[in-house]
Ligand binder design. Structure first.
Ligand SMILES: [Zn+2]
Ligand SMILES: [Zn+2]
Ligand SMILES: [Zn+2]
Ligand SMILES: [Zn+2]
Ligand SMILES: [Zn+2]
Length: 286
């Protein structure tokens, strides 16, 4: 975790090891940063405390990256095998995959967070051929609860060795949370969903993968508010629109004709906004 009091006058002193004793949701490098952040944090501390009480439910999600999805057991164990896992699939250090191994150092990724260009990030593709990634509308609409990677890969007609689960666990976690909260079906009826997404980190650099929400919530206007200290200050309050799936590498695939893609999903919307606790960055699926 990053110090929540970072960038407020004095420099951080080492890593953020002190958690807020009440909510436990934010961390600080020092007592002085904690004190100087309190004025801001006190507005959210109680709400975060309530949400953190439910953290164990959230940690139980099936849509974390698992061997089931990729038929390999070593991916999560050693960083070296993560690199070779990505290399074997030709995606090591490419686009959204860049943040999936430690070859990109944390300072680099935090500076890329600060300077990230959301419109460019939304153009990020899978860097995979069309048969390995979900780059257009599903063949059959999502009907029952998709509750494992196996269900998901089968529904999207993707072979299990495809690495997309690494990045799709972000949108699938939102989908799964909507099921747990019992709002998925009503969301599909009312066609509106508002998500408050706490503590985003590298997924801010993998926003194109959130395009999969178009398939998971068909016809729903989604508003995601990203809230957390990783949101660069200059992005506070920014709104972005995401209106397509991340594309594949096949030049003749439907996903690479953007105008067609746009009209196809014109009735769906996804807006996200962002917030650095007090700062906001919005992004819409539309
Ligand atoms: Zn600090
Ligand atoms: Zn707190
Ligand atoms: Zn690597
Ligand atoms: Zn909202
Ligand atoms: Zn495609």
């Amino acid at each position: 975790m990053e110090c929540a009091g970072k960038g407020r006058g004095t420099r951080c002193m080492g890593s953020a090891r002190r958690r807020c004793g009440r909510c436990g949701a934010v961390a600080y490098c020092s007592v002085s940063h904690q004190m100087s952040h309190w004025n801001e944090h006190k507005e959210e501390c109680e709400r975060l405390e309530q949400q953190m009480k439910r953290a164990d439910v959230l940690n139980d999600f099936p849509f974390t990256f698992s061997q089931e999805a990729t038929a390999t057991s070593q991916v999560c164990e050693k960083q070296g095998s993560r690199c070779s896992f990505l290399s074997k699939r030709g995606i090591h250090q490419l686009g959204m995959w860049m943040h999936e191994c430690c070859c990109t150092h944390s300072e680099e990724s935090s500076s890329s967070l600060a300077s990230f260009d959301s419109s460019r990030l939304l153009d990020d593709g899978w860097n995979l051929s069309g048969d390995l990634c979900p780059c257009h509308d599903p063949i059959s609409p999502i009907s029952e609860c998709v509750s494992s990677w196996l269900d998901y890969y089968e529904w999207r007609c993707i072979p299990l060795h495809s690495p997309v689960a690494l990045l799709l666990h972000w949108p699938l976690t939102i989908y799964h949370a909507a099921h747990i909260a019992g709002v998925w079906s009503s969301t599909v009826e009312t066609r509106k969903l508002c998500v408050h997404y706490l503590g985003p980190e590298k997924e801010l650099l993998q926003l194109a993968a959130f395009g999969e929400l178009l398939a998971l919530f068909p016809g729903v206007q989604i508003h995601i508010e990203f809230i957390g200290p990783a949101i660069p200050r200059q992005r506070d309050g920014e709104k972005i629109s995401l209106c397509s799936y991340a594309h594949c590498l096949d030049a003749d695939c439907i996903c690479n004709f953007s105008s067609e893609n746009l009209s196809q999903i014109a009735n769906t919307g996804f807006v996200s906004s962002f917030s650095n606790f007090s700062k906001r960055w919005n992004c819409c699926l539309s």
